[in-house]
Ligand binder design. Sequence first.
Ligand SMILES: *Cc1c(COP(=O)(O)O)cnc(C)c1O
Length: 235
Amino acid sequence: MTGPVLAESLAAARQRLADALSRASRPVADARLLAVSKTKPAEMIREAWHLGQRDFGENYVQEALEKQQVLADLEDIVWHFIGPLQSNKTREVAEHFAWVHSVDREKIARRLNDQRPEALPPLEVCLQVNISGEASKSGASLEALPALAEAVLALPRLRLRGLMAIPAPAEGLAAQRAPCARLRQALEALRERFPEAPLDTLSMGMSDDLEAAVLEGATLVRLGTAIFGAREPRP
Ligand SMILES: *Cc1c(COP(=O)(O)O)cnc(C)c1O
Protein backbone atom coordinates (compact mmCIF):
# COMPACT_ATOMS: atom_id res chain seq x y z
CA MET A 1 0.00 0.00 0.00
CA THR A 2 1.62 3.26 -1.11
CA GLY A 3 0.89 6.70 -2.51
CA PRO A 4 -2.73 7.83 -2.48
CA VAL A 5 -3.85 4.50 -1.03
CA LEU A 6 -1.65 4.87 2.06
CA ALA A 7 -2.75 8.50 2.42
CA GLU A 8 -6.35 7.36 2.37
CA SER A 9 -5.95 4.53 4.82
CA LEU A 10 -4.00 6.70 7.25
CA ALA A 11 -6.64 9.41 7.02
CA ALA A 12 -9.34 6.79 7.59
CA ALA A 13 -7.48 5.42 10.64
CA ARG A 14 -7.20 8.93 12.09
CA GLN A 15 -10.88 9.52 11.50
CA ARG A 16 -11.74 6.18 13.07
CA LEU A 17 -9.75 7.09 16.20
CA ALA A 18 -11.34 10.54 16.33
CA ASP A 19 -14.83 9.02 16.01
CA ALA A 20 -14.11 6.46 18.72
CA LEU A 21 -12.85 9.19 21.07
CA SER A 22 -15.87 11.31 20.35
CA ARG A 23 -18.20 8.37 21.07
CA ALA A 24 -16.35 7.84 24.34
CA SER A 25 -16.78 11.55 25.19
CA ARG A 26 -13.03 11.94 25.31
CA PRO A 27 -10.99 14.85 23.87
CA VAL A 28 -9.37 14.13 20.48
CA ALA A 29 -5.87 14.62 21.93
CA ASP A 30 -6.48 11.89 24.51
CA ALA A 31 -5.15 9.01 22.39
CA ARG A 32 -2.69 8.72 19.54
CA LEU A 33 -1.95 6.32 16.74
CA LEU A 34 0.98 3.96 16.83
CA ALA A 35 1.51 2.74 13.25
CA VAL A 36 2.59 -0.90 13.41
CA SER A 37 4.99 -1.31 10.50
CA LYS A 38 6.30 -4.85 11.02
CA THR A 39 7.00 -6.67 7.73
CA LYS A 40 6.42 -3.40 5.82
CA PRO A 41 9.25 -1.72 3.88
CA ALA A 42 11.10 1.37 5.09
CA GLU A 43 9.79 3.43 2.20
CA MET A 44 6.23 2.90 3.38
CA ILE A 45 7.23 4.20 6.81
CA ARG A 46 8.81 7.22 5.16
CA GLU A 47 5.61 7.94 3.29
CA ALA A 48 3.57 7.70 6.48
CA TRP A 49 6.06 10.05 8.14
CA HIS A 50 5.59 12.56 5.31
CA LEU A 51 1.86 12.31 6.02
CA GLY A 52 2.51 13.39 9.61
CA GLN A 53 2.75 10.03 11.40
CA ARG A 54 5.55 9.97 14.00
CA ASP A 55 5.08 6.88 16.21
CA PHE A 56 5.95 3.51 14.65
CA GLY A 57 5.81 0.04 16.22
CA GLU A 58 8.10 -2.85 15.30
CA ASN A 59 8.12 -6.48 16.54
CA TYR A 60 11.37 -7.95 15.22
CA VAL A 61 14.68 -6.42 16.32
CA GLN A 62 16.78 -7.21 13.25
CA GLU A 63 14.14 -6.06 10.81
CA ALA A 64 13.62 -2.85 12.79
CA LEU A 65 17.34 -2.01 12.92
CA GLU A 66 17.62 -2.34 9.17
CA LYS A 67 14.73 0.03 8.60
CA GLN A 68 16.00 2.48 11.21
CA GLN A 69 19.29 2.77 9.31
CA VAL A 70 17.53 3.59 6.08
CA LEU A 71 15.33 6.14 7.87
CA ALA A 72 18.03 7.73 10.05
CA ASP A 73 17.37 11.14 8.47
CA LEU A 74 13.86 11.28 10.01
CA GLU A 75 15.00 12.86 13.24
CA ASP A 76 11.73 13.14 15.10
CA ILE A 77 10.49 9.62 14.34
CA VAL A 78 9.61 7.69 17.52
CA TRP A 79 10.34 3.95 17.51
CA HIS A 80 8.36 1.62 19.76
CA PHE A 81 9.36 -2.00 20.32
CA ILE A 82 6.17 -4.04 20.76
CA GLY A 83 7.27 -7.64 20.09
CA PRO A 84 8.29 -10.45 22.43
CA LEU A 85 11.64 -9.58 23.98
CA GLN A 86 14.35 -12.14 24.71
CA SER A 87 17.36 -11.41 26.93
CA ASN A 88 19.80 -11.61 24.04
CA LYS A 89 18.02 -8.75 22.22
CA THR A 90 17.70 -6.25 25.05
CA ARG A 91 20.89 -4.34 24.18
CA GLU A 92 19.72 -3.49 20.67
CA VAL A 93 16.33 -2.45 21.96
CA ALA A 94 17.83 -0.31 24.76
CA GLU A 95 20.08 1.42 22.23
CA HIS A 96 17.68 1.93 19.33
CA PHE A 97 14.15 2.48 20.62
CA ALA A 98 12.38 5.24 22.57
CA TRP A 99 9.65 2.95 23.92
CA VAL A 100 9.27 -0.72 24.84
CA HIS A 101 5.73 -2.05 25.36
CA SER A 102 6.56 -5.68 26.05
CA VAL A 103 8.41 -5.77 29.38
CA ASP A 104 6.93 -8.69 31.30
CA ARG A 105 9.63 -9.75 33.76
CA GLU A 106 12.16 -8.17 36.03
CA LYS A 107 15.19 -9.71 34.37
CA ILE A 108 14.37 -8.03 31.05
CA ALA A 109 13.75 -4.72 32.79
CA ARG A 110 17.12 -4.86 34.57
CA ARG A 111 18.97 -5.60 31.37
CA LEU A 112 17.24 -2.74 29.52
CA ASN A 113 18.09 -0.41 32.41
CA ASP A 114 21.73 -1.44 32.49
CA GLN A 115 22.07 -1.22 28.72
CA ARG A 116 20.29 2.08 28.12
CA PRO A 117 22.99 4.50 26.85
CA GLU A 118 23.70 7.49 29.09
CA ALA A 119 23.41 9.83 26.12
CA LEU A 120 19.75 8.91 25.61
CA PRO A 121 16.79 9.84 27.79
CA PRO A 122 15.35 7.07 29.96
CA LEU A 123 13.56 4.33 28.04
CA GLU A 124 9.75 4.67 28.14
CA VAL A 125 8.31 1.37 29.31
CA CYS A 126 4.93 -0.33 29.37
CA LEU A 127 4.44 -3.61 31.17
CA GLN A 128 2.77 -6.24 29.02
CA VAL A 129 -0.07 -8.02 30.79
CA ASN A 130 -1.45 -11.41 29.78
CA ILE A 131 -4.95 -10.00 30.16
CA SER A 132 -6.88 -12.94 28.71
CA GLY A 133 -4.90 -15.47 30.76
CA GLU A 134 -3.83 -17.50 27.72
CA ALA A 135 -1.20 -20.03 28.71
CA SER A 136 0.68 -19.67 25.43
CA LYS A 137 0.93 -15.88 25.50
CA SER A 138 3.60 -13.59 26.87
CA GLY A 139 2.81 -10.98 29.47
CA ALA A 140 2.86 -10.76 33.25
CA SER A 141 -0.16 -11.99 35.19
CA LEU A 142 -2.34 -9.40 36.92
CA GLU A 143 -1.18 -10.84 40.24
CA ALA A 144 2.50 -10.31 39.38
CA LEU A 145 1.98 -6.71 38.30
CA PRO A 146 2.45 -4.74 41.56
CA ALA A 147 5.81 -6.36 42.34
CA LEU A 148 7.00 -5.99 38.75
CA ALA A 149 5.95 -2.32 38.68
CA GLU A 150 7.75 -1.67 41.94
CA ALA A 151 10.94 -3.25 40.57
CA VAL A 152 10.78 -1.22 37.34
CA LEU A 153 10.11 2.02 39.21
CA ALA A 154 13.39 1.52 41.07
CA LEU A 155 15.38 1.42 37.81
CA PRO A 156 16.64 4.94 36.96
CA ARG A 157 17.14 4.40 33.21
CA LEU A 158 13.53 3.27 32.69
CA ARG A 159 10.36 5.37 32.97
CA LEU A 160 7.32 3.30 33.73
CA ARG A 161 4.52 4.78 31.61
CA GLY A 162 1.75 2.19 31.77
CA LEU A 163 0.40 -1.12 30.59
CA MET A 164 0.03 -2.95 27.30
CA ALA A 165 -2.08 -5.96 26.34
CA ILE A 166 -3.02 -8.06 23.33
CA PRO A 167 -6.42 -9.50 24.28
CA ALA A 168 -7.55 -12.81 22.77
CA PRO A 169 -9.68 -12.17 19.65
CA ALA A 170 -13.34 -11.69 20.50
CA GLU A 171 -16.52 -10.83 18.58
CA GLY A 172 -18.70 -7.89 19.50
CA LEU A 173 -18.15 -4.74 21.50
CA ALA A 174 -19.01 -6.10 24.96
CA ALA A 175 -16.70 -9.10 24.67
CA GLN A 176 -13.91 -6.87 23.37
CA ARG A 177 -14.38 -4.31 26.12
CA ALA A 178 -14.05 -6.79 29.02
CA PRO A 179 -10.28 -7.41 28.83
CA CYS A 180 -9.66 -3.72 28.06
CA ALA A 181 -11.60 -2.81 31.20
CA ARG A 182 -9.43 -5.19 33.24
CA LEU A 183 -6.30 -3.52 31.90
CA ARG A 184 -7.70 -0.06 32.72
CA GLN A 185 -8.52 -1.18 36.27
CA ALA A 186 -5.04 -2.63 36.67
CA LEU A 187 -3.53 0.72 35.65
CA GLU A 188 -5.83 2.56 38.06
CA ALA A 189 -4.70 0.26 40.87
CA LEU A 190 -1.03 0.93 40.07
CA ARG A 191 -1.68 4.68 40.02
CA GLU A 192 -3.14 4.50 43.50
CA ARG A 193 -0.29 2.43 44.76
CA PHE A 194 2.45 4.49 43.11
CA PRO A 195 1.02 8.04 42.95
CA GLU A 196 4.38 9.60 42.01
CA ALA A 197 4.87 7.41 38.92
CA PRO A 198 4.21 8.85 35.42
CA LEU A 199 1.58 6.19 34.66
CA ASP A 200 -0.36 7.80 31.81
CA THR A 201 -0.39 5.13 29.10
CA LEU A 202 -2.80 2.34 28.18
CA SER A 203 -1.42 0.67 25.06
CA MET A 204 -4.38 -1.31 23.72
CA GLY A 205 -6.62 -1.43 20.68
CA MET A 206 -5.64 -2.94 17.33
CA SER A 207 -7.30 -2.95 13.92
CA ASP A 208 -10.14 -5.22 15.11
CA ASP A 209 -10.93 -3.76 18.54
CA LEU A 210 -9.96 -0.09 18.47
CA GLU A 211 -13.45 1.17 19.40
CA ALA A 212 -13.72 -1.10 22.46
CA ALA A 213 -10.23 -0.12 23.64
CA VAL A 214 -10.92 3.61 23.27
CA LEU A 215 -14.15 3.26 25.26
CA GLU A 216 -12.04 1.75 28.04
CA GLY A 217 -9.45 4.50 28.03
CA ALA A 218 -6.75 3.47 25.53
CA THR A 219 -4.18 6.25 25.03
CA LEU A 220 -2.00 4.59 22.41
CA VAL A 221 -3.73 2.40 19.81
CA ARG A 222 -1.58 0.08 17.75
CA LEU A 223 -2.84 -0.15 14.17
CA GLY A 224 -1.06 -2.23 11.56
CA THR A 225 -3.39 -3.72 8.97
CA ALA A 226 -5.78 -0.77 9.05
CA ILE A 227 -2.97 1.59 8.00
CA PHE A 228 -0.56 -0.49 5.91
CA GLY A 229 -2.79 -3.28 4.60
CA ALA A 230 -2.52 -7.03 5.12
CA ARG A 231 0.89 -8.42 6.02
CA GLU A 232 2.77 -10.99 3.98
CA PRO A 233 3.77 -14.07 5.98
CA ARG A 234 7.33 -13.72 7.28
CA PRO A 235 9.89 -15.65 5.20
C1 LIG B 1 0.97 -6.81 14.76
C2 LIG B 1 0.61 -6.11 16.03
C3 LIG B 1 -0.33 -5.07 16.06
C4 LIG B 1 -1.11 -4.60 14.86
O1 LIG B 1 -2.13 -5.51 14.58
P1 LIG B 1 -3.22 -5.20 13.44
O2 LIG B 1 -4.29 -6.17 13.72
O3 LIG B 1 -2.57 -5.40 12.13
O4 LIG B 1 -3.69 -3.79 13.63
C5 LIG B 1 -0.55 -4.44 17.27
N1 LIG B 1 0.11 -4.79 18.40
C6 LIG B 1 1.02 -5.79 18.40
C7 LIG B 1 1.72 -6.13 19.67
C8 LIG B 1 1.30 -6.47 17.23
O5 LIG B 1 2.19 -7.48 17.25
